[in-house]
Design a protein. Structure first.
Lengths: 353, 262
């Protein structure tokens, strides 16, 4: 797949904000999510790619063409924002068609009916933006952004201002709409669930730097530092020392216990272990726990938090491990605080750094 | 029954009410002291009508020029497209702080017969600048332009930068962004500014009288009657001018509101 957007060693200073040596590539049909806390510089990065800030170092290439110094209107990309930014004095139709006079060779009427159908906004075309709900306004903004077939769609937390059900619906519609458009999507968010749902690739950003780039499974299951792991919500982080290393299998001492993991580490090396809660199974009796699994421990339930249909069970087995199970399982297995449970997780589920 | 906290509203109501009466009562007494006969007489005099006409038309020209030159400046200042924009904005406000007799004298030095610009003006147009309607417009423009620029700047400030960024990303060059997005959104504010600018220009006396005693605008005519004629005639002309100004001001404001709501 061809790289559409290519950012090379980009540095920007704007007031007290700065971006330092940012590099990444986004290819066709890829949703590249920049994930980071507020103030990480995500919006500044997006605005810089759009051409609203002067670059102090590095390059921005779109389809191989250097646009580092090009004005925003010659970059061939479009924007959607959290606050929709519709033109309040124009109808929905005029909003969507705004860019058509600047771009030739676009099948306007075909695109318009395709997009309005897909986004379910056919009935809104003659309305004024002030009369739209948040969800409607953002779908109009998306149609406007996509009508002229930009090479890159830049999205700055477009769903953050919406209520949860609408956010969920729009994310699905968003993915459906951009599928197969042969463009690159750069999506900025602070919401890790949104990142996991939308991304094909993720870059974790903080303090004006990119800390880690990778496929979403890699980022979420193999973070490279405690900061990243904590920001991504890795439930169990343990400190340990490598005791044995044989054929890629590690035995790591954590407290009084030994945990098996895979990887290449020196004996005696201090490591941090990451374990996602969804990779841990819980049983009430030892026999039911799968015996082929290397890591099996018994412990006492300390806390149970529920979030929607999921229950997070924190188990103390000399070290604390969080397991995610359905609420139904909690009821059926009779898991309560202070009850003794058996937990197991595969050596491949442990990531170390 | 006196509710708790009522003293607060009573005190504020009293202080504010005194100020409102201070504005209203002089006008009421001015109007109530005129005889109908005097009013009918002065309104039929050609010199009086000409002074009214001068005031209204020249103020309209000044207001138009203030908007024409002031709107681009307001946009540059609002978007901080120029260095030290705060300083330039302070310059725009300067006419508000300077006594208007000083404005008149400064313009006289700048454009009078003995200055370079005055001589240039004389060479091109074959007549002097001082004592012309052009001089009156210059004086009116100088003192009223802050209202035009400030109103336009405030209107541009209210537009979200995001909206202009989206327009640019959709392919609109800066001029297109201005004429298709920023200007239509600022139109209401600029129009209000134009009305305010006109009202300020129409009421100008100090700067105008230094640059052009003749041709007379209404405020100069009233001053002239006050010093060389009688207080009664000056009062009669003043009342008619006051009503005309208020009528135009109110009609324009209503038209603007109708346009906004429509």
């Amino acid at each position: 797949m061809a790289d559409i957007l290519c950012v090379e060693d980009l540095s920007v200073f704007v007031g007290s904000f700065r971006l330092k040596n940012i590099s990444f590539r986004v290819s066709e049909d890829e949703v590249f999510v920049i994930l980071g806390p507020s103030g990480a510089g995500k919006t500044l990065l997006l605005e810089t790619i759009a051409g609203f800030h002067k670059v102090t170092g590095g390059r921005i290439l779109i389809c191989g063409k250097d646009v580092t110094r090009a004005p925003p209107y010659r970059r061939g990309l479009s924007l959607i924002f959290q606050d929709y930014a519709l033109f309040p004095h124009l109808t929905v139709r005029e909003n969507i068609l705004f860019g058509t006079r600047y771009r030739s060779g676009v099948h306007i009427s075909e695109n318009l009916s395709h997009l309005t159908n897909l986004l379910e906004i056919q009935g809104l075309l003659d309305r004024m933006p002030a009369t739209l709900s948040g969800g409607e306004a953002q779908r109009v903004a998306l149609a406007r952004a996509l009508l002229c077939q930009p090479k890159v769609l830049l999205s700055d937390e477009p769903f953050t201002a919406l209520d949860a059900p609408m956010r969920q619906k729009l994310r699905a519609q968003f993915l459906q709409t951009i599928r197969g458009l042969k463009q690159a999507v750069l999506f900025v968010t602070h919401d890790r669930n949104e990142a996991y749902q939308l991304a094909t690739k993720v870059a974790v950003m903080d303090d004006g730097r990119i800390l880690q780039i990778g496929g979403k499974e890699e980022i979420f299951y193999k973070p490279q530092s405690t900061d990243i792991a904590e920001f991504l919500g890795v439930e169990t982080l343990l400190e340990g020392v490598v005791e044995e290393h044989k054929d890629g299998l590690l035995k790591i001492r954590v407290g009084d216990s030994i945990i098996s993991a895979l990887g290449e580490r020196r004996v005696g090396e201090k490591v941090t272990l990451c374990l996602r809660a969804d990779r841990v199974s819980l049983e009430m009796d030892e026999d039911a726990a799968r015996s082929t699994i290397r890591n099996r421990f018994n412990g006492v339930v300390r806390e149970i938090h529920t979030e929607g249909p999921v229950a997070y069970v924190i188990v103390d087995c000399g070290f604390k491990v969080t397991a995610a199970v359905t609420r139904l399982s909690v009821e059926e297995l009779g898991i309560k605080e202070n009850s003794t449970v058996f937990l197991s997780f595969k050596a491949t589920s442990i990531h170390t750094f | 029954m006196v509710k708790k906290g009522n003293w607060f509203f009573l005190l504020f109501g009293f202080l504010g009410g005194v100020l409102l009466l201070f504005i209203i009562l002089p006008f009421v007494t001015l109007c109530s002291n005129q005889s109908l006969e005097n009013l009918v007489t002065v309104v039929q005099e050609e010199s009086v009508l000409l002074a009214f006409l001068n005031s209204f038309i020249l103020a309209a020209i000044a207001s138009f020029l203030a908007i024409l030159f002031g709107t681009p400046l307001a946009y540059l200042l609002s978007r901080r497209m120029v260095p030290i924009s705060g300083f330039w904005h302070a310059i725009v406000d300067l006419p508000l702080a300077v006594p208007h007799s000083i404005v008149g004298i400064a313009l006289l030095f700048f454009l009078g017969g003995n200055s370079i610009f005055g001589a240039l003006f004389n060479n091109i147009f074959r007549f002097g600048f001082v004592g012309t309607r052009i001089a009156i417009v210059a004086a009116m423009l100088f003192v009223s332009l802050p209202y035009a620029v400030n109103a336009a700047k405030e209107a541009f400030d209210r537009i979200s930068v995001r909206i202009e960024q989206v327009a640019a990303s959709l392919g609109a060059p800066p001029a297109s962004v201005f004429f298709r997005v920023s200007l239509p959104l600022a139109k209401g504010g600029i129009s209000s500014g134009a009305i305010l600018t006109w009202a300020r220009a129409v009421s100008e006396f100090g700067a105008v009288v230094v640059l052009a005693y003749h041709p007379m605008t209404a405020p100069v005519k009233i001053w002239d009657e006050f010093t060389t004629g009688t207080l009664e005639r000056a009062g009669a002309i003043a009342v008619i001018f006051l009503f005309l100004c208020l009528s135009v001001f109110i009609v324009l404001r209503l038209l603007l509101r109708k346009q906004k709501n429509g």
